[in-house]
Design a protein around this ligand. Structure first.
Ligand SMILES: [Zn+2]
Length: 501
């Protein structure tokens, strides 16, 4: 087990609109990955936060007659409330208006300017305020005279004095790095797009704006602010203590994984690693781009008007059910359809039936045959023991690679095997026949309850705490074949009651 703290990040969210299930998806994924590493005994640090500068925020706050700082404060408070509601346990919450963050950005800017990676020039050309992205005239022309990313109207920036980051000189180094570190970019589809675009060649990136006041002023030139993406990406360093707390920084850096949505994959897989190379800092272990949830074939986002908030979903389902659904329904990295019907189907097919029944049946049999205790004697079934060992190996391998879907598939194979074991062994017949095999069967089933509770706990921390209370167990990394002979099993209310359609 490495000594280094496991450091995982979400994107920082733009403080301009309520957070929806797309944001919750990224954040829950990072939380589950972090909880898994903690379960294995590692020190962990999960970072989320808010992206609070830029022209769009300035315009929105001005239109509402609110000071920009008050505007972003409100969104930061809402985000913190939402993550608590979703049982997300973040260790850091960074805001780009934090003074420590601003100092990191200024310091990085000064260093890169001193070594010539940031240089003086001029900028004129198209800019999308909604995406806060510079485009070339050709890109805008190809998109039909609108933003190639969001389709909105493009702003023409008139010639202004500007500073540029020498991105073009990092293309070759980036390609070498991608080749030498095949696990750095995931999933493969997004990796290929990144490699293609770097292979085609990179242009230097304008990293300042004139006439945009809501941002971090360029050191030594208050007429300009630093480009919002250059500012935002540095959150991963500022929150890790760079350069003001190098003790913390050496514990955390490099990050183990940046989880991002595919719409910002380019920034994280090209611009960000190039910035780190310029700073002569190690690159993160992995940049993982996930897909989008769609509603009736449209992406969920503010610009399409399709917003589903986790609160709306959780009027009907416990937040842990939404967390489970996110990672059970589709492989991480692909797109999937989101609907309340689909959550209901998953709930019934995975939780209420196989998992809920495994608990209920085992608890009822322990009560009836053993007075509510795990049998004092007996031995663990060999076939189930083998199945647990295989599950543990497969589950761990998938979780370490953020293949949540594969991990849950493996766990559900075990749950199905345990339910089949009941059907095959017929404990009610063994009881009538006074067979000593009854002890083995109930001992094995009790072990399965604790095994499943432990592995599922990163996904559903609150529901698994209820499951653990049913079996009087403290959540920990489970072991194959563990059986706590003679321990009471208190049971409790039905864990996953049936829901109406
Ligand atoms: Zn746009």
């Amino acid at each position: 087990m490495p000594d280094k703290t496991y450091y995982i990040t979400t994107p920082i969210y733009y403080a301009n609109a309520p957070l929806h299930i797309g944001h919750a998806y990224s954040t829950v994924a990072a939380d589950v990955a972090k909880r898994w590493q903690a379960l294995r005994g590692r020190e962990v640090f999960m970072l989320t936060g808010m992206d609070e500068h830029g022209e769009k925020i300035y315009r929105s706050s001005a239109a509402s007659g609110v000071k920009p700082q008050d505007w972003v404060d409100r969104y930061a408070d809402e985000a913190k409330k939402l993550w608590a509601f979703m049982n997300v346990s973040c260790d850091g919450f960074v805001r780009t208006t934090d003074s420590a963050h601003k100092e990191t950005v200024r310091e990085v800017f000064r260093r890169l300017r001193a070594k010539g990676d940031i240089y003086d020039s001029e900028y004129e050309g198209p800019y999308c305020v909604s995406c806060e992205t510079f485009f070339s005239a050709q890109q805008v022309k190809d998109a039909g005279e609108c933003c190639p990313d969001c389709g909105k109207k493009i702003t023409e920036i008139k010639k202004e004095s500007a500073l540029f980051f020498r991105l073009s000189s990092y293309g070759g180094k980036l390609l070498d790095f991608y080749r030498a570190n095949p696990d750095f970019l995931e999933p493969p589809g997004m990796a290929n797009k990144t490699i293609d675009s770097v292979t085609r060649g990179l242009n230097d990136l304008c990293v300042t704006r004139e006439r945009v006041s809501w941002g971090i002023p360029v050191p030594g030139d208050a007429s300009k602010t630093i480009y919002v993406w250059f500012d935002a990406l540095l959150n991963y360093l500022s929150a890790a203590g760079f350069p003001h707390d190098m003790g913390l920084f050496h514990k955390l850096w490099p990050a183990d994984c940046h989880i991002v949505g595919k719409e910002i994959y380019y920034f994280h897989s090209v611009i960000w690693p190039a910035m780190l190379m310029a700073l002569e800092l190690p690159l993160p272990e992995k940049v993982y781009g996930h897909g989008w949830w769609t509603l009736k074939d449209d992406k969920i986002s503010k610009s399409t008007g399709n917003i589903v908030t986790p609160y709306e979903v959780c009027e009907k389902f416990h937040p842990d059910i939404l967390r489970f659904f996110f990672l059970r329904e589709m492989p991480f990295g692909t797109d999937g359809a989101f609907s309340m019907e689909r959550i209901g189907e998953r709930y019934t097919a995975d939780l209420a039936n196989p998992l809920g029944n495994l608990f209920k049946r085992t608890e009822v049999m322990l009560e009836k045959y053993f007075g509510g205790k795990i049998p004092e004697s007996g031995s663990f079934d060999e076939a189930i023991l083998q199945k647990q060992k295989e599950t543990l190996e497969s589950f761990s391998r998938h979780m370490d690679a953020l293949r949540f879907h594969g991990a849950l598939n493996a766990l559900w194979e075990l749950i199905d095997a345990a339910n089949r074991f009941i059907e095959e062994q017929k404990p009610w017949v063994l009881y009538k026949e006074k067979s000593p095999k009854l002890n083995d069967v109930l001992l094995t089933l009790s072990g399965c309850l604790e095994f499943v509770t432990g592995l599922l706990s990163p996904f559903m921390p609150v529901k698994c705490a209820e499951m653990a209370a049913h079996i009087d167990w403290k959540i920990q990394m489970p072991e194959a074949g563990s059986a706590r002979k003679g321990r009471p099993i208190p049971g409790g209310a039905i864990l996953f009651p049936a829901v109406e359609k």
